[in-house]
Design a protein around this ligand. Structure first.
Ligand code: AMP
Length: 212
């Protein structure tokens, strides 16, 4: 399947993407994960993205399109992809549309996880992430077995720099201003599927007519 995941930070896009990967082998492509890996590795890309990410602002459309223009043409995308955190602005959505037209590809849909703001804030402030392998935990609902240590790889489980209350406020504001307009964009394209939940069952029920 070829799907865009839309929804504010903390809506559950990554979790749903991972579950959908198991469904048909499509790859999850998270621009946030790609950028965090670049920052950790200290590459040129990482250096360019770091300050904006830390503040919860968006990195430039040029940088993102440079990454995604290449990524979407890699071999593993043939089986399908779940775009998690991309596109995030109207210029990115338009550039993606042109790129897919050039490649002769069609999206199945844009899946919006429409989750209330209070739920989002609670999830983000209690979320912890393994800084080595990216596994996600929650201090209330899914703590690691040993505090601060990843169950999967033994790496350090920490609060992300952009999950402080201040950065979260900013990311939600950035979402409203720059990303929420994509809901109308994809509705106009006839691609929008909106689900008021991030549980797999209602998501699959809503997707079925689109992915067969
Ligand atoms: P995420 O993990 O998807 O919340 O992304 C973390 C951060 O990476 C965001 O707050 C942005 O600074 C940056 N980022 C990720 N994807 C994009 C994108 N498509 N456009 C611009 N910035 C992005």
């Amino acid at each position: 399947m070829k799907i865009i995941l839309l929804g504010p930070p903390g809506a559950g896009k990554g979790t749903i993407a991972k579950a959908l990967m198991d469904y048909d082998g499509s790859v999850q492509i998270s621009t946030g994960d790609i950028l965090r890996a670049a920052v950790a590795a200290g590459t040129e890309l990482g250096k360019q993205a770091e300050a904006a990410m830390k503040a919860g602002d968006l990195v430039s459309d040029e940088l993102i399109m440079g990454i995604m223009g290449e990524r979407l043409q890699q071999e593993d995308c043939q089986r399908g992809y779940l775009l998690d955190g991309f596109p995030r602005t109207l210029p990115q959505a338009r550039a993606l549309k042109s790129l897919l037209d050039e490649l002769g590809e069609k999206l199945d849909c844009a899946l919006e996880l429409d989750i209330p703001r209070e739920v989002i804030i609670d999830r983000l402030t209690t979320r912890r992430t393994c800084s080595n392998c990216g596994e996600i935990y929650n201090v209330k609902t899914r703590p690691p077995k040993v505090e601060g240590v990843c169950d999967v790889c033994g790496g350090p489980v920490l609060q992300r720099d952009d999950e402080t209350e201040e950065a979260i406020e900013n990311r939600l504001q950035v979402y409203q201003q720059q990303t929420a307009p994509l809901v109308d964009f994809y509705r106009d394209e006839g691609l929008l599927v909106s689900v008021p939940s991030s549980d797999l069952e209602p998501v699959m029920a809503a997707l079925k007519p689109r992915i067969g």
